[in-house]
Design a protein around this ligand. Sequence first.
Ligand code: GRF
Length: 204
Amino acid sequence: MNIAVFASGRGSNFQAILNAIDAGLIPARIVVLISNKSDSGALEIARTRGIPTSHLSQKMFPSEATFAEAMLNVLSKQRADLIVLAGYLKKIPVQVVRTFRNRILNIHPALLPSFGGMGMFGHFVHEAVIESGVKVSGASVHLVDEEYDRGPIVMQKTVQVTPDDTADSLAAKVLTIEHEIYPLAVKAFAEGKVKIEGKKAWIM
Ligand code: GRF
């Protein structure tokens, strides 16, 4: 399976997936790293590894349609079968979602369907979790559809929220389990074990 990774930031989830591929755990290869940020850590990791990179930002295009077309061109040139969003902070153009229906994974640093949606990223998520008083948080791997953080959930794992937690300490706890479950979910997908029925996804 050929994977295209999309990332905007430091790329620690990208690195976790690369490590799992290197260890022979995931029967797949990363064919391209696409980033909307020319200075992202993820782009740097890809360059160091000799993985093809593409810097694509909506700002470089006159419309969403031309942006989507450029993205689809890169994906088809590299023969991508699956898109893995690893800290990609932009919405995927609808034409790309349609072309890759049920073949786009994302990781969200909370237990969806709570604490998701537009504007819920980074420290905003963890602040909202702490503010709400819930006792557990976690990470969710889900399929991407046209709405933010709404596609079928593939895998989740929880962490405890403790009285001394700050947004930073909670983010660190959640990130540790992100690095655990994202490679597992990608592995399940690459092995054809993810079954999708309507709004639900299961690993068989
Ligand atoms: C992670 O917390 C992930 O859940 C969210 O963005 C962050 C990306 O971190 N979608 P990294 O770039 O993978 O280190």
